[in-house]
Design a protein around this ligand. Structure first.
Ligand SMILES: [Zn+2]
Length: 276
Protein backbone atom coordinates (compact mmCIF):
# COMPACT_ATOMS: atom_id res chain seq x y z
CA UNK A 1 0.00 0.00 0.00
CA UNK A 2 1.22 3.47 -0.77
CA UNK A 3 1.57 6.30 1.69
CA UNK A 4 -1.32 8.42 2.89
CA UNK A 5 -1.16 12.18 2.58
CA UNK A 6 -3.19 14.20 5.06
CA UNK A 7 -2.93 17.98 5.29
CA UNK A 8 0.31 17.96 3.26
CA UNK A 9 1.91 15.48 5.63
CA UNK A 10 2.91 12.03 4.43
CA UNK A 11 2.19 8.98 6.57
CA UNK A 12 3.92 5.84 5.40
CA UNK A 13 2.07 2.55 5.17
CA UNK A 14 2.45 0.61 8.39
CA UNK A 15 3.04 3.65 10.60
CA UNK A 16 1.29 6.16 12.87
CA UNK A 17 1.70 9.91 12.76
CA UNK A 18 0.15 12.91 14.47
CA UNK A 19 -0.89 15.38 11.78
CA UNK A 20 -1.62 19.04 12.36
CA UNK A 21 -4.46 20.50 10.34
CA UNK A 22 -4.33 24.31 10.38
CA UNK A 23 -7.75 25.93 10.65
CA UNK A 24 -7.20 29.62 11.12
CA UNK A 25 -5.27 32.26 13.03
CA UNK A 26 -7.07 33.71 16.01
CA UNK A 27 -6.07 37.05 17.54
CA UNK A 28 -3.41 35.54 19.77
CA UNK A 29 -2.84 32.01 18.55
CA UNK A 30 -3.28 29.61 15.70
CA UNK A 31 -6.26 27.26 15.76
CA UNK A 32 -5.37 23.75 14.67
CA UNK A 33 -6.97 20.33 14.67
CA UNK A 34 -4.77 17.34 15.38
CA UNK A 35 -5.43 13.99 13.74
CA UNK A 36 -3.80 10.68 14.58
CA UNK A 37 -3.30 8.91 11.28
CA UNK A 38 -2.83 5.15 11.48
CA UNK A 39 -1.86 4.02 7.99
CA UNK A 40 -2.33 0.29 7.52
CA UNK A 41 0.29 -1.91 5.98
CA UNK A 42 -2.15 -3.20 3.39
CA UNK A 43 -4.95 -1.68 1.35
CA UNK A 44 -8.41 -1.21 2.76
CA UNK A 45 -11.03 1.41 3.62
CA UNK A 46 -10.38 4.48 5.74
CA UNK A 47 -12.36 4.98 8.94
CA UNK A 48 -12.59 8.52 10.30
CA UNK A 49 -13.23 8.89 14.04
CA UNK A 50 -14.41 12.33 15.13
CA UNK A 51 -14.76 13.37 18.74
CA UNK A 52 -15.49 16.61 20.58
CA UNK A 53 -17.16 18.53 17.84
CA UNK A 54 -18.98 19.69 20.94
CA UNK A 55 -16.53 21.13 23.43
CA UNK A 56 -18.12 19.71 26.58
CA UNK A 57 -18.22 16.08 25.40
CA UNK A 58 -14.79 14.86 26.35
CA UNK A 59 -15.43 11.23 27.24
CA UNK A 60 -14.61 9.95 23.77
CA UNK A 61 -11.07 11.29 23.92
CA UNK A 62 -10.11 8.33 26.09
CA UNK A 63 -11.68 5.91 23.63
CA UNK A 64 -9.77 7.35 20.70
CA UNK A 65 -6.56 7.33 22.69
CA UNK A 66 -6.96 3.62 23.39
CA UNK A 67 -7.82 2.85 19.77
CA UNK A 68 -4.75 4.66 18.50
CA UNK A 69 -2.58 3.05 21.16
CA UNK A 70 -3.81 -0.47 20.58
CA UNK A 71 -4.06 -0.64 16.79
CA UNK A 72 -0.92 -2.01 15.20
CA UNK A 73 -0.63 -0.51 11.70
CA UNK A 74 1.48 -3.44 10.55
CA UNK A 75 -1.59 -5.64 11.11
CA UNK A 76 -4.10 -3.17 9.72
CA UNK A 77 -5.76 -3.28 6.28
CA UNK A 78 -6.87 0.25 5.52
CA UNK A 79 -6.47 3.34 7.66
CA UNK A 80 -7.83 4.97 10.78
CA UNK A 81 -7.87 8.73 11.18
CA UNK A 82 -8.72 9.70 14.76
CA UNK A 83 -9.49 13.29 15.78
CA UNK A 84 -9.85 13.42 19.58
CA UNK A 85 -10.63 17.15 19.79
CA UNK A 86 -12.37 18.34 16.66
CA UNK A 87 -13.41 21.64 18.21
CA UNK A 88 -10.49 22.97 20.31
CA UNK A 89 -11.90 26.48 20.95
CA UNK A 90 -15.08 25.01 22.47
CA UNK A 91 -13.07 22.52 24.51
CA UNK A 92 -11.02 25.35 26.00
CA UNK A 93 -14.18 27.05 27.27
CA UNK A 94 -15.81 23.76 28.28
CA UNK A 95 -18.89 24.57 26.26
CA UNK A 96 -20.81 22.78 23.56
CA UNK A 97 -20.39 25.68 21.13
CA UNK A 98 -17.72 28.24 20.40
CA UNK A 99 -18.46 31.40 22.34
CA UNK A 100 -17.94 33.82 19.51
CA UNK A 101 -21.49 35.09 19.04
CA UNK A 102 -21.58 33.35 15.72
CA UNK A 103 -24.78 33.12 13.76
CA UNK A 104 -23.98 29.41 13.52
CA UNK A 105 -22.31 28.48 16.83
CA UNK A 106 -22.71 24.69 16.76
CA UNK A 107 -19.86 23.02 14.86
CA UNK A 108 -22.00 19.93 14.32
CA UNK A 109 -24.68 21.96 12.57
CA UNK A 110 -22.43 23.95 10.26
CA UNK A 111 -20.91 21.47 7.80
CA UNK A 112 -21.03 22.93 4.32
CA UNK A 113 -21.33 26.46 5.70
CA UNK A 114 -20.33 29.40 3.57
CA UNK A 115 -19.32 31.80 6.33
CA UNK A 116 -16.03 32.35 8.13
CA UNK A 117 -17.14 32.03 11.71
CA UNK A 118 -14.80 29.73 13.61
CA UNK A 119 -17.64 27.22 13.79
CA UNK A 120 -17.75 27.24 10.00
CA UNK A 121 -14.02 27.02 9.49
CA UNK A 122 -13.60 23.95 11.69
CA UNK A 123 -16.06 21.76 9.75
CA UNK A 124 -14.58 23.16 6.54
CA UNK A 125 -11.10 21.97 7.54
CA UNK A 126 -12.51 18.53 8.39
CA UNK A 127 -14.34 18.49 5.09
CA UNK A 128 -11.39 19.52 2.95
CA UNK A 129 -8.63 17.61 4.68
CA UNK A 130 -10.31 14.50 6.07
CA UNK A 131 -13.63 13.62 4.44
CA UNK A 132 -11.99 13.20 1.06
CA UNK A 133 -10.02 10.30 2.52
CA UNK A 134 -12.98 8.82 4.37
CA UNK A 135 -14.94 5.67 3.54
CA UNK A 136 -16.70 5.27 6.89
CA UNK A 137 -17.36 7.73 9.70
CA UNK A 138 -17.93 7.36 13.43
CA UNK A 139 -18.75 10.62 15.21
CA UNK A 140 -18.65 10.37 19.01
CA UNK A 141 -20.97 12.39 21.19
CA UNK A 142 -22.45 12.09 24.64
CA UNK A 143 -25.66 10.22 25.04
CA UNK A 144 -27.19 13.23 26.76
CA UNK A 145 -26.18 14.73 30.06
CA UNK A 146 -27.30 12.68 32.99
CA UNK A 147 -27.98 9.61 30.93
CA UNK A 148 -26.08 6.53 31.96
CA UNK A 149 -27.26 4.80 28.82
CA UNK A 150 -25.17 4.91 25.72
CA UNK A 151 -26.61 4.46 22.27
CA UNK A 152 -25.63 4.16 18.65
CA UNK A 153 -27.44 6.18 16.00
CA UNK A 154 -27.52 6.02 12.25
CA UNK A 155 -29.26 8.12 9.65
CA UNK A 156 -32.23 6.32 8.13
CA UNK A 157 -33.40 8.98 5.69
CA UNK A 158 -30.49 9.59 3.35
CA UNK A 159 -31.71 10.10 -0.19
CA UNK A 160 -29.44 7.22 -1.17
CA UNK A 161 -30.92 4.11 0.40
CA UNK A 162 -27.65 2.24 0.10
CA UNK A 163 -25.88 4.77 2.34
CA UNK A 164 -28.64 4.38 4.91
CA UNK A 165 -28.39 0.60 4.79
CA UNK A 166 -24.61 0.64 5.14
CA UNK A 167 -24.95 3.03 8.07
CA UNK A 168 -27.45 0.70 9.69
CA UNK A 169 -25.05 -2.20 9.20
CA UNK A 170 -22.32 -0.12 10.87
CA UNK A 171 -24.59 0.61 13.82
CA UNK A 172 -25.35 -3.08 14.28
CA UNK A 173 -21.71 -4.06 13.80
CA UNK A 174 -20.72 -1.59 16.52
CA UNK A 175 -22.13 -4.17 18.89
CA UNK A 176 -24.04 -2.02 21.36
CA UNK A 177 -27.60 -3.18 22.05
CA UNK A 178 -29.28 0.24 21.83
CA UNK A 179 -29.58 1.52 18.27
CA UNK A 180 -31.52 4.56 17.11
CA UNK A 181 -32.59 5.23 13.56
CA UNK A 182 -32.42 9.01 13.17
CA UNK A 183 -34.46 10.97 10.69
CA UNK A 184 -31.75 13.51 10.32
CA UNK A 185 -33.21 15.38 7.36
CA UNK A 186 -36.87 15.38 8.21
CA UNK A 187 -36.00 15.67 11.91
CA UNK A 188 -34.22 18.28 13.95
CA UNK A 189 -30.52 17.71 13.35
CA UNK A 190 -30.38 18.30 9.63
CA UNK A 191 -28.07 17.95 6.70
CA UNK A 192 -25.30 20.06 8.19
CA UNK A 193 -24.30 17.62 10.88
CA UNK A 194 -21.19 15.56 10.23
CA UNK A 195 -23.27 12.49 9.44
CA UNK A 196 -25.83 14.30 7.35
CA UNK A 197 -23.24 16.15 5.32
CA UNK A 198 -20.80 13.28 4.78
CA UNK A 199 -23.53 10.80 3.95
CA UNK A 200 -25.49 13.00 1.63
CA UNK A 201 -22.69 14.80 -0.18
CA UNK A 202 -20.02 12.10 -0.30
CA UNK A 203 -22.09 8.94 0.27
CA UNK A 204 -20.02 8.13 3.36
CA UNK A 205 -21.90 5.77 5.69
CA UNK A 206 -21.62 6.76 9.32
CA UNK A 207 -22.88 6.43 12.86
CA UNK A 208 -22.96 8.51 16.01
CA UNK A 209 -21.62 6.59 18.97
CA UNK A 210 -23.26 8.10 22.04
CA UNK A 211 -21.21 7.71 25.20
CA UNK A 212 -23.27 7.25 28.34
CA UNK A 213 -22.61 8.57 31.78
CA UNK A 214 -21.37 11.88 33.02
CA UNK A 215 -17.72 11.03 32.81
CA UNK A 216 -16.95 11.51 36.48
CA UNK A 217 -17.23 7.92 37.57
CA UNK A 218 -20.12 6.04 39.13
CA UNK A 219 -20.09 7.78 42.48
CA UNK A 220 -20.19 11.28 41.08
CA UNK A 221 -22.70 10.28 38.46
CA UNK A 222 -25.10 8.88 41.05
CA UNK A 223 -24.66 12.02 43.12
CA UNK A 224 -25.50 14.37 40.27
CA UNK A 225 -28.31 12.35 38.81
CA UNK A 226 -29.82 11.34 42.13
CA UNK A 227 -29.06 13.41 45.19
CA UNK A 228 -28.46 16.77 43.62
CA UNK A 229 -31.30 16.73 41.18
CA UNK A 230 -34.39 16.05 43.24
CA UNK A 231 -37.64 16.79 41.54
CA UNK A 232 -36.50 15.72 38.13
CA UNK A 233 -37.05 12.43 36.46
CA UNK A 234 -36.00 11.31 33.08
CA UNK A 235 -38.17 9.57 30.59
CA UNK A 236 -37.50 8.46 27.08
CA UNK A 237 -39.34 11.49 25.79
CA UNK A 238 -37.58 14.01 27.92
CA UNK A 239 -37.48 15.52 31.34
CA UNK A 240 -40.29 16.58 33.55
CA UNK A 241 -40.64 18.12 36.91
CA UNK A 242 -42.10 15.62 39.37
CA UNK A 243 -44.02 18.35 41.13
CA UNK A 244 -46.07 18.95 38.05
CA UNK A 245 -44.74 22.42 37.42
CA UNK A 246 -44.18 23.33 33.83
CA UNK A 247 -41.46 25.83 34.58
CA UNK A 248 -38.64 23.38 33.91
CA UNK A 249 -40.16 21.72 30.93
CA UNK A 250 -38.22 22.17 27.76
CA UNK A 251 -38.87 21.12 24.20
CA UNK A 252 -37.07 17.84 23.69
CA UNK A 253 -36.00 16.42 20.36
CA UNK A 254 -37.29 12.93 19.58
CA UNK A 255 -34.03 11.16 20.28
CA UNK A 256 -32.70 13.25 23.13
CA UNK A 257 -33.47 13.07 26.78
CA UNK A 258 -32.49 16.39 28.27
CA UNK A 259 -32.09 17.16 31.90
CA UNK A 260 -33.64 20.50 32.66
CA UNK A 261 -30.93 22.81 33.89
CA UNK A 262 -27.26 22.11 34.34
CA UNK A 263 -25.37 19.47 36.28
CA UNK A 264 -24.25 20.90 39.60
CA UNK A 265 -21.02 22.79 40.01
CA UNK A 266 -20.21 24.00 36.57
CA UNK A 267 -21.83 25.43 33.51
CA UNK A 268 -21.45 22.74 30.91
CA UNK A 269 -23.51 23.85 27.92
CA UNK A 270 -22.94 26.69 25.57
CA UNK A 271 -25.35 29.24 24.27
CA UNK A 272 -26.97 26.76 21.93
CA UNK A 273 -28.01 24.54 24.79
CA UNK A 274 -28.55 21.13 23.22
CA UNK A 275 -26.97 17.94 24.36
CA UNK A 276 -25.90 14.93 22.36
ZN1 LIG B 1 -22.45 16.27 20.73
Amino acid sequence: MSELRVADQTVKAGSKELVRIPVTQDLVMSVDIYAHVVAGKTDGPTLLLLSMLHGNEWFSVLILREIVRRIDPSNLAGNIIAVPVANPPAMVTGTRCILDDSDEPDANRTFGGIYDWMSNQIPRAIDEELLRHTDYLIDYHVSDWGSTMADVSYTADYSDREVAEKSRAMARAYGFPVVHALRIFSGLRGSRTSLGYAGEKYKIPGIVAGIGGLGFGEEQEAKVVGDERPGHSRSHEGTKNDRGSSEDLRPVPPHSRLLAGQPAGRRLSGACGWTG
